[in-house]
Design a binder for this molecule. Structure first.
Ligand code: RI2
Length: 310
């Protein structure tokens, strides 16, 4: 059983992490909420569904994937004519969203692997299932590749990445975050994931991503973001900026390590401008950052400009 509060807490504490995984966890929790709902009225269900959605959305602020997952799961519930219909709709929506999300990661792997040539040296950052899918698919196709993966302080998700790639048989080297520029000289391509993509094609991803992009730009190394289209942020069409999550200082230092007057700043994500991104690899295909706006408008449909969707 997946309770809403339990799922929100697992997302907050990063027991469940990764933009795709938190979106699927949120959708699945709402699906389970609908399946097990014990109340007797449609109105009560809709009010409780809204509360559950808000609890999930408050768990992590940056990745729009969670917002899109929650929205896709609750879509249409308000138009249902009975409690049973609304519950079934939410349950079906949740299953459909999770299946679509998993298919998207597979499709990105297939499309992205085409960008990798035999002999390429690749760099990746943090731990992105979409980016790792691309790398593992290229390896599975028999391409001889080498990969450098950053440690990704403070959570060190790079450890997950190197173990995953090692288990897949990939030639993998772990580097500390500050080695990125030095190692970029021996890199051919960078593949990273995405937490959010703005309508201007900027990439919001794990802090440090913009440093990889800057170093790649300087070294004329191709830089690819791997992003399911539900990581495109509709709110940015209207000028909203993406909230960058800041996490507790205890993630950065141990108690007593620095003087009490020292301030600690722990931003979790950063923004990479579109001009540093060669292409965004999505389940719909590869696109330039400048194409994101058009794809978002098409996907959201006609209602978008009178903001029916928000
Ligand atoms: P996938 C992660 O965030 C990383 O920033 C990673 O690049 C991104 O989510 C996308 O991951 P965190 O949850 O959806 O570790 O590709 O803070 O798995």
């Amino acid at each position: 059983m997946t309770s809403i509060e339990g799922t929100a807490e697992s997302i907050r504490s990063m027991e469940i992490r990764g933009a795709g995984r938190i979106a699927r966890a949120g959708a699945a929790a709402l699906g389970n909420f609908a399946d097990t709902y014990a109340g007797g009225s449609l109105e009560g269900f809709l009010a409780d569904l809204e509360k559950a959605s808000q609890t999930l959305l408050a768990s992590r602020p940056t990745a729009v994937s969670l917002w899109n997952g929650v929205r896709a799961t609750t879509r249409g519930a308000g138009d249902a004519s009975s409690l049973d219909e609304a519950r079934a709709l939410v349950s079906d929506n949740a299953r459909a969203f999770c299946a679509r999300s998993e298919r998207a990661v597979e499709e990105i792997a297939r499309i992205g692997a085409r960008r990798i040539q035999d002999g390429d040296t690749i760099m990746t950052h943090c731990n992105s299932s979409a980016a790792l899918g691309v790398i593992k698919e290229a390896h599975r196709q028999g391409k001889d590749i080498k990969v450098y993966a950053t440690e990704s302080r403070p959570w060190r998700q790079g450890i997950l990445t190197v173990n995953d790639l090692a288990d897949a048989g990939v030639d993998i080297t772990l580097i500390i975050d500050s080695a990125v520029r030095a190692v970029m000289k021996r890199t051919d391509k960078v593949f990273v994931g995405a937490d959010t993509v703005t309508s201007q094609g900027a990439l919001i991803n794990k802090v440090g991503t913009s440093q990889l992009a800057l170093a790649a730009h300087e070294a004329r190394v191709q830089f690819y973001a791997c992003a399911e289209t539900y990581k495109f942020s509709p709110m940015t069409l209207f000028g909203d900026t993406v909230t960058i999550e800041e996490r507790d200082v205890s993630e950065v230092i141990r108690p007593g390590e620095v003087r009490g007057s020292v301030k600690i700043f722990n931003p979790v994500f950063d923004s990479t401008p579109a001009s540093y991104i060669d292409a965004i690899i999505t389940e719909l295909g590869m696109m330039s950052p400048g194409s994101v706006y058009g794809v978002m408008v098409k996907q959201l449909g006609d209602g978008i400009f009178n903001q029916e969707l928000f």
